[in-house]
Ligand binder design. Structure first.
Ligand code: ATP
Ligand code: SF4
Ligand code: MG
Length: 333
């Protein structure tokens, strides 16, 4: 395994309460070399802070603990700043939703790319420029030599995201974390960027963690899928299997909330098919004792509300779900 995380917990100190906020709870997952893991969940479910915690980028007000958080032989939670400098941006790279916030508007693309490449590789400025041109061409930027001279504000959103991707892959990272990489872009450009990330994943045998709100996106691009809700993984497994036979009512509801979803093909069809899931994610000080999804779940029973729900496994499909009344498998024809 390239990345292995077991029982990750993230707490934040809070001015408003004596007890710290428990934002991510007992999260376990792994990523193999060369595979794409899709992570999906509503806003506030803990997708971004999980990645930031693993990259050592959370503020000092946070407390991150884990039974295991290992990436490529490094124990991520014990790394010192100097050790991080060798790993972050080199072995693992991140791209974010808005490329404009990550690029410096006052510095040319060339300056920023050359700086990034030279920070991680012992090469001359000329070679770094040549490599930048090669990378811009690889990510589909026309006239890369001219574009290198441009400033970020002269680029469209899609072009700026391509520059970010070129910078992220410049050191041949083993893992790319893409946190909502296309949310700020229009639909046609979204597809181009996701196709580009997929092409690079396959070409460079790079692992990718693709975070998105959009189940449709991950179903097309990722090999495995992890569904998060209120700081917990509620379901995970091979993407195709999970999408066609969701076990957790939250995944089922998410699928049902997609336009044109095949809800009628699932045996336990909700009584009312709504365009979105009713209710909201519970706030930190109102977390239920039992299942976190219980206030919104139409299959809830008193048993669901009594105590925290453990994770159940179903073999041989390598499926996991946090639900005591999973939706039974049906074959979608
Ligand atoms: N510095 C912080 N201090 C306290 N709470 C925080 C801090 N950063 C994040 N949180 C809380 O942690 C929770 C998870 O946030 P996170 O940004 O990971 O959500 P997300 O799943 O990425 O959502 P989105 O889809 O909107 O990006 C949120 O409820 C957020 O308010
Ligand atoms: S444990 Fe109960 S409340 Fe939670 S998702 Fe399953 S059926 Fe719904
Ligand atoms: Mg986020």
């Amino acid at each position: 395994m390239l990345l292995e995380v077991e029982n990750l917990n993230i707490h934040f100190k809070s001015d408003r309460s004596k007890n710290p906020i428990h934002a991510v709870r007992d999260l376990s997952f792994s990523v193999k070399q060369g595979e794409m893991l899709g992570v999906v969940g509503e806003s506030g479910s803990g997708k971004s802070i999980t990645n930031l915690a693993l990259m050592g980028l959370l503020p000092d007000s946070s407390l991150v603990t884990a039974k295991k958080a290992e990436f490529n032989g490094h124990n991520l939670l014990s790394l010192k700043d100097k050790q991080w400098q060798k790993i972050r941006g080199r072995e693992v790279a991140m791209i974010f939703q808005d490329p404009m916030t990550a690029l410096n508007p006052f510095l040319s693309v060339q300056f920023q790319m050359v700086e990034t490449i030279k920070a991680h590789m012992d090469i001359s400025k000329k070679d770094a420029i040549d490599k930048s041109i090669e990378l811009l061409s690889l990510v589909g930027i026309p006239s890369p030599k001219d574009r290198l001279k441009a400033y970020p504000f002269e680029l469209s959103g899609g072009m700026a995201q391509r520059v970010m991707i070129a910078m992220a892959i410049s050191t041949n990272p083993k893992l790319l974390i893409a946190d909502e990489p296309t949310t700020a872009l229009d639909v046609t450009i979204q597809k181009q960027i996701l196709d580009l990330i997929k092409m690079l994943q396959e070409r460079q045998n790079m692992a990718v963690v693709l975070v998105t709100h959009d189940l449709g996106v991950v179903s097309q691009y990722s090999e495995r899928l992890q569904v998060m809700y209120a700081g917990e993984v509620v379901e995970s497994g091979p993407t195709k299997d999970l999408i066609s036979h969701p076990e957790h009512p939250y995944t089922h509801a998410l699928l049902g909330s997609r336009p044109g979803a095949l809800v009628d093909n699932l045996r336990r069809v909700p009584k009312t098919i709504l365009p979105s899931i009713p209710g909201i994610v519970p706030s930190f000080n109102e977390r239920p004792i039992g299942c976190q999804f219980s206030p919104r779940c139409e299959f809830v029973t008193p048993e669901c509300q009594r105590s925290p729900i453990p994770i159940f496994e179903s073999e041989p499909a390598h499926r996991e779900y946090r639900c005591i009344h999973p939706i039974e498998h049906v074959v979608i024809k």
